[in-house]
Design a protein around this ligand. Structure first.
Ligand SMILES: NC(=O)C1=CN([C@@H]2O[C@H](COP(=O)(O)OP(=O)(O)OC[C@H]3O[C@@H](n4cnc5c(N)ncnc54)[C@H](OP(=O)(O)O)[C@@H]3O)[C@@H](O)[C@H]2O)C=CC1
Ligand SMILES: O=C(O)C(=O)[C@@H](O)[C@H](O)C(=O)CO
Length: 283
């Protein structure tokens, strides 16, 4: 257990491979250059131990710089990256991951994900076999996927016998993905929420969120992020602002009532535009 910048401990949960993962992480999308390194430095100093990056964020070097200059021991950090669609395939996934490790300056990733399934390409099972090989070689500790549907997860498990540890998906009060989260729970997959704050797109003014914030004496963002924890998902909010980073991580000193959770989940209206993994593909 680590402490957030406000001194609230950040607990962990165990993945289906027995590895502990922090219950909140720092999203690093768009954190590039010296400013990006400073933002990631601040996140680690503020208590984050889970760092979420990807080949396509073009910031693995920045994440690696922050890790190298951090006083926090490498073994206390949990680093996630993601294989892009243009690197789908068994051999391609292995080569891509070796390049990611070189950019990060690491000898191992804690978690590595297939970033998007890209179903029209038809190689996500081969890519999954590549991740299994990488895990067996010790280059990756836990393996998972992102933006996979229940049917895609079932296909991976039936083809390889290996269940992903994580499925990182779009998840926020406007898109709670209740059926998928329940399916994950039924097969032992840990849900991670991307865009957990809906990119600050108006969520914080919704009545169920402002009312819960007033009731608990916290910020709306803390209510939203606590909601993720209550529904069993790990949020990975992005903030480059050290004060907001610390506020976001400070969500383990209070809990929401079942009625508050239900009211927030009742804000459901659908996913972000054009982000359906059956049709949205990223190379
Ligand atoms: N696997 C996938 O396909 C995807 C993965 N991701 C991952 O998820 C992470 C988070 O998602 P992202 O899309 O970045 O968006 P988020 O939902 O995390 O929202 C980030 C935005 O909210 C603002 N913000 C953060 N905290 C607060 C706060 N307490 N109060 C007010 N505003 C706040 C940030 O501004 P500021 O920085 O100024 O605080 C930023 O503009 C990404 O960084 C990435 O790691 C994202 C999309 C897809
Ligand atoms: O941020 C990520 O991991 C992505 O996959 C992005 O492409 C994301 O989907 C996005 O919306 C970028 O604007």
């Amino acid at each position: 257990m680590t402490e957030s910048g406000n001194g609230t401990p950040i607990p962990t949960v165990d993945l289906n491979d027995g590895r502990p993962i922090p219950q909140i992480g720092l999203g690093t999308y768009a954190m590039t250059g010296d400013e990006g390194v400073a933002a990631i430095d601040a996140g680690i100093a503020g208590g984050y131990r889970l760092l979420d990056t990807a080949v396509n964020y073009q910031n693995e070097r920045e994440v690696g710089r922050a890790i190298a200059e951090s006083p926090v021991a490498r073994e206390d950090l949990f680093v996630t990256s993601k294989i892009p669609g243009r690197h789908h395939g068994f051999d391609e996934a292995i080569a891509s991951t070796e390049e990611s490790l070189a950019r990060l300056g690491l000898d191992r990733l804690d978690l590595h994900l297939i970033h998007w399934p890209n179903p029209s390409v038809g190689k996500y099972v081969d890519t999954w076999r590549g991740l299994i090989e990488l895990r067996d070689r010790g280059l990756v500790t836990s393996i998972g996927v992102s933006n996979f549907t229940a049917d895609m997860l079932t296909e991976l498990i039936e083809a390889t016998g290996v269940t992903p540890a994580v499925n990182q998906v779009e998840l926020h009060p406007y898109f709670p993905q209740t059926a998928l989260v329940d399916f994950h729970r039924s097969i032992g997959v840990q849900t991670e929420s991307w865009s957990p704050l809906y990119r600050d797109g108006g969520l914080f003014a919704e009545d169920p969120i402002t009312e819960a914030a007033a009731a608990h004496g916290v910020e709306p963002a803390q209510v939203v992020l606590r909601w993720h924890v209550e529904i069993g998902s790990i949020p990975i909010p992005k903030s480059a602002n050290p004060a907001r980073q610390r506020t976001n991580a400070d969500i383990f000193g209070f809990s929401l009532t079942p009625a508050e959770v239900a009211a927030i989940s009742g804000l459901e209206r659908g996913r972000m535009k054009d982000r359906d993994p059956l049709t949205h593909e990223e190379m």
